[in-house]
Design a protein around this ligand. Structure first.
Ligand code: UFG
Length: 349
């Protein structure tokens, strides 16, 4: 456990973290504290659990400030900004992210993902807060013409309402930065976040059957699922399965801290987009193999049909995040597979 004395928080810059109890949010809260910021978590726990806060407390030796509310609730958010006083910046994670659910219930996604950002920008403006880091996604690229994909690759027609909310929110931030010259925004396009905190105290808590590959791998290895199905083996990739850029969640959390620092260093204000990935593409079969190798654990795997909406291959060109933002991934796929398994084992206890 790291010991962070309470009085230190009195002198730290406050950063409001919407969705701070979630997978990426909780890891970012930890890295913010280690970098000298004071995170203020706003989360309604619709997709996360209070035990993430306990995990953060175990790592840091102190529970960060937590407001349980929906950040699309303007009145409640206004009260948070009032109560907290000077807020240095906002990191906005709170959003729904299940592609299939967004097709079935698009209004939920427009209301929550687009509505909450609109609301947040209004409340930030009312309280003189002019820095925001936004969670975007490589989903905006669809299937790019070329890999590794650069930030200036054209946006593709979104394959789902979820994907379109990311495109719409990015555009909203660009438009608002253009209109309000005090606003600074960093849009981080995440590739595939995986792994967990090496302490095993925080990690991904998928509700129900996981949609994503790595929680499915760990749950299958733990005996909670019969087998893992590889979604498609006839893609034009080296082994026929889809290729993605898997980034360790702690590296991704660092990118948010770096984005805040980068905004502080910039005057006049900026609105910039960065790919946040490793630059390496790995196939589904390579991920499974790496999991088996680093953990010395096997799992039943069957080959299945393609999953609707999947792109064949996407991985990041990392030139801009390295040279402009001054950030790069430091952890390997093996590190991520080890930490994901360690987290799964802790969950069982
Ligand atoms: N996969 C399997 N079996 C499974 C689960 C996943 O083979 O049981 C495959 C998928 O078909 C895909 C790859 O593993 O080929 C990665 O799938 P994930 O669901 O883990 O991740 P995605 O790349 O589909 O989606 C992620 C985020 C989205 C984001 C998207 C952008 O979860 O929020 O990247 O590309 F929009």
């Amino acid at each position: 456990m790291l010991s962070v004395p309470s009085r230190i928080f009195d002198h730290m810059k406050k950063v409001l973290v919407t969705g701070g109890a979630g997978f990426i949010g909780s890891h970012t809260v930890v890295e913010l504290v280690l970098a000298g910021f004071e995170p203020i978590i706003v989360d309604d726990l619709r997709n996360s659990e209070e035990r993430a806060l306990d995990g953060i407390a175990k790592i840091l030796g102190r529970t960060p400030t937590f407001h349980r509310l929906d950040c699309a609730d303007a009145v409640a958010m206004d009260a948070v900004f009032r109560a907290e006083g000077a807020v240095h910046g906002v990191i906005h994670f709170a959003a729904d992210k299940a592609v299939g659910e967004s097709v079935a219930n698009p209004m939920k996604y427009y209301r929550n993902n687009v509505g909450s950002l609109m609301n947040l920008l209004g409340v930030m403006d009312a309280h003189g807060v002019h820095r925001i880091v936004f969670s975007s996604s490589c989903t905006v690229y669809g299937q790019p013409d070329a890999n590794p994909v650069t930030e200036d690759a054209p946006d593709r027609k979104a394959a789902s309402p979820y994907g379109f909310t990311k495109v719409a929110c990015e555009q909203m931030l660009r438009d608002q930065c253009h209109a309000d010259r005090r606003l600074r925004a960093v849009l981080l396009r995440y590739f595939n976040p995986v792994g967990a905190h090496p302490s095993g105290h925080i990690g991904e808590l998928p509700l129900g059957v996981p949609n994503n590959l790595v929680p499915y791998v760990t749950q299958t290895a733990a005996g909670l699922r019969d087998h893992l199905t590889v979604n498609g083996s006839d893609y034009a990739t080296s082994d026929g399965s889809c290729v993605r850029d898997y980034i360790h969640v702690v590296d991704l959390a660092h990118a948010h801290v770096r984005a805040l620092q980068w905004m502080e260093e910039h005057d006049p204000p900026v609105c910039e987009v960065f790919n946040i990935g490793t630059g390496n593409g790995n196939s589904v079969l390579e991920v499974i193999e790496e999991f088996r190798k680093v953990n010395n654990v096997d799992l039943p795997v069957v080959m299945g049909p393609r999953r609707a909406g999947d792109v064949e291959s996407v991985y990041a060109d990392t030139t801009k995040c390295r040279t402009v933002l001054g950030w790069q991934a430091e952890r390997s796929l093996g590190d991520a597979m080890r930490d994901a398994w360690n987290w799964q084992l802790q969950l069982k206890r």
